[in-house]
Design a protein around this ligand. Structure first.
Ligand code: NAP
Length: 503
């Protein structure tokens, strides 16, 4: 099966501007030229169109969308037909025609391998989808492009099923949903073997709502060696565009020659993303903010630990249902246990949110004595009452002695120079873990080190929870160094330097 072609759409009011855009195209496989954006497209001769083909570094897909399909062309249909014939004569790799054009079948019959036959619905869950797929299977174009709107991610599932039918019939598919709620469907469609996917390119290129940036598609999807039948995993959360997980897991799968791919599946509500994932055959999901509690209630079975923590960050598809796990808690305990004997250690957790809960349960299970210190003391007290640990205000750090300090607040993210508590309260013999991992070395860790503390970066915890997910999904030993290198290179690219993770 051919690899999915990444295509950007180019639209400009003049031939010169169009040529300028094409000449400057970056790393794409193909460009869609919207001839209907030109002032007088039917005035273009074969030579004009051939000039576009020859100046483009990549093959061209030419289309001239009529106004009745939301495009800019309002002239006579016979002229549009002749323009499309000239586009083929000029060397366009594909032309894209609407299935509703009365002359489309004739052109498909003559140039089957160079026609994309498309249909766009401006509605959710089009009732006549199957009828259109039947017609496409009869006509047999090279590619069938079907696009509808989605208000919720799972509403794209019928489009993904339509793509299966088309592929089974030997027709290339490009079937997905538009809009923000369609973003996950675009990613899944490309991953499951669609022939063409549409990306946003550099400034100046036309975009449609929900398209993925070219760089993300290259990085997360096409860099992997995915082929039909391989397992698909993903991450659900909002936002997840900056997630390290796709790169980290895809690097791990590649290193182990595992036939699997890991994708970002953005959007919400969570139940809808989960339903789309189920229908697309996704075998496992990482769950991140804000869905960890939602995931707890969406599972058929939940591990005892995840139930006690009250949050699920890992889903495994097993025996017809989702099984929920929590790898955040064990990750905290494991990275700290490398530096301190946790049994009887006095641990202060700063924060009383979901990550704090995971730490409290996992550290208490290792025999540590845990106290939750939080800005909102009532919240810390509620957690303490439920989980049987101590509670207090953040300032209690100045009065009490602790062996381990865990920052489970977001303070320090995105290079803020603030620290969750004043570090003058540190004596210098504590182990300090900052769950924040972007940047991997926070101001809190820097000041803690200055006072003599040994520090553990949130990146260590992130990599450990990811490694535990990898083991749950594959049963394989994790390629830890590969995952670390991938995460560090991404963080370095985004300007977050990685120094020693523990010193
Ligand atoms: P959460 O549920 O929103 O809880 C946030 C906690 O931080 C609350 O207790 C809140 O206090 C406190 N907080 C927020 N802003 C504060 C401020 N300016 N000063 C003092 N306290 C503040 O978040 P979460 O899911 O627990 O996550 C917490 C952090 O852990 C996030 O940065 C997350 O990225 C990180 N994390 C990292 C990993 C990893 O693998 N490294 C895994 C999970 C989570 P109030 O109760 O007073 O509002």
């Amino acid at each position: 099966m051919s690899r999915c072609l990444v295509c950007v759409s180019v639209a400009a009011p003049s031939l010169e501007t169009l040529q300028g855009c094409l000449v400057g195209l970056g790393e794409v496989d193909m460009a869609e030229v919207r001839l209907d954006a030109l002032a007088d497209p039917t005035g273009l001769g074969v030579a004009d169109l051939a000039a576009l083909v020859s100046c483009s570094p990549v093959p061209l897909l030419m289309t001239c969308r009529p106004d009745w399909e939301g495009g800019g062309f309002s002239g006579p249909e016979p002229e549009r037909r002749e323009l499309m014939v000239r586009a083929l004569a000029a060397g366009a790799r594909f032309i894209d025609l609407e299935i509703d054009a009365t002359w489309a079948a004739d052109l498909v019959g003559r140039w089957r391998h160079r026609v994309v036959l498309s249909h766009h619905w401006d509605c959710v869950l089009p009732p006549e989808l199957d009828v259109v797929v039947d017609a496409l299977i009869r006509l047999r174009p090279a590619v069938a492009k079907l696009v509808a709107r989605a208000e919720l991610p799972h509403q794209a599932a019928p489009l993904l099923a339509a793509a299966n039918r088309l592929r089974d019939a030997g027709i290339g598919a490009a079937c997905f949903c538009m809009g923000e709620a369609g973003r996950s469907s675009r990613m899944l469609a490309a991953a499951r073997g669609d022939r063409i996917t549409y990306a946003t390119g550099a400034t100046g290129y036309a975009t449609a709502p929900g398209q993925w940036p070219l760089g993300v598609l290259r990085r997360d999807l096409l860099a992997s060696r995915w082929k039909p039948g391989d397992a698909i995993y993903g991450v659900a959360g909002d936002p997840i565009d900056q997630s390290l997980s796709p790169l980290v897991f895809n690097s791990a799968f590649a290193a182990r020659n595992t036939d699997a791919l890991y994708l970002p599946l953005p959007g919400g509500p969570f139940e809808s993303v989960l339903e789309l994932a189920r229908q697309a055959g996704v075998r496992g999901l990482s769950v991140t903010m804000p869905y960890k509690q939602d995931a707890l209630h969406a599972c058929r079975g939940v591990s005892r630990l995840a139930r006690r923590i009250g949050a699920v960050n890992t889903l495994v598809w097993s025996q017809g249902g989702w099984q929920g796990h929590n790898t955040d808690g064990p990750a905290v305990a494991q990275v700290l246990a490398e530096h301190v004997q946790l049994e009887a250690a006095r641990c202060a957790i700063l924060g009383a949110g979901g990550a704090a809960r995971a730490a409290v349960v996992a550290l208490a299970d290792r025999g540590a004595s845990v106290t939750v210190l939080n800005r909102t003391v009532a919240r810390a007290q509620a957690l303490a009452d439920e989980l049987g640990c101590g509670a207090g205000p953040l300032e209690a750090l100045g009065a009490e002695r602790f062996d381990v300090l865990v920052n489970a607040t977001p303070v320090g993210m995105d290079r803020t120079v603030r620290t969750p508590v004043s570090t003058v309260w540190l004596r210098g013999d504590e182990i300090v873990l900052d769950m924040v991992y972007r940047p991997p070395q926070t101001e809190f860790l820097r000041q803690a080190r200055e006072r003599g503390c040994r520090t553990v970066s949130g990146l260590e915890m992130f990599l450990r929870q990811a490694a535990l997910q990898y083991e749950l999904w594959t049963g394989l030993h994790v390629p830890a160094e590969v995952m670390r290198t991938a995460a560090e290179s991404r963080l370095a690219e985004s300007g977050s330097t990685v120094q020693e993770s523990c010193e």
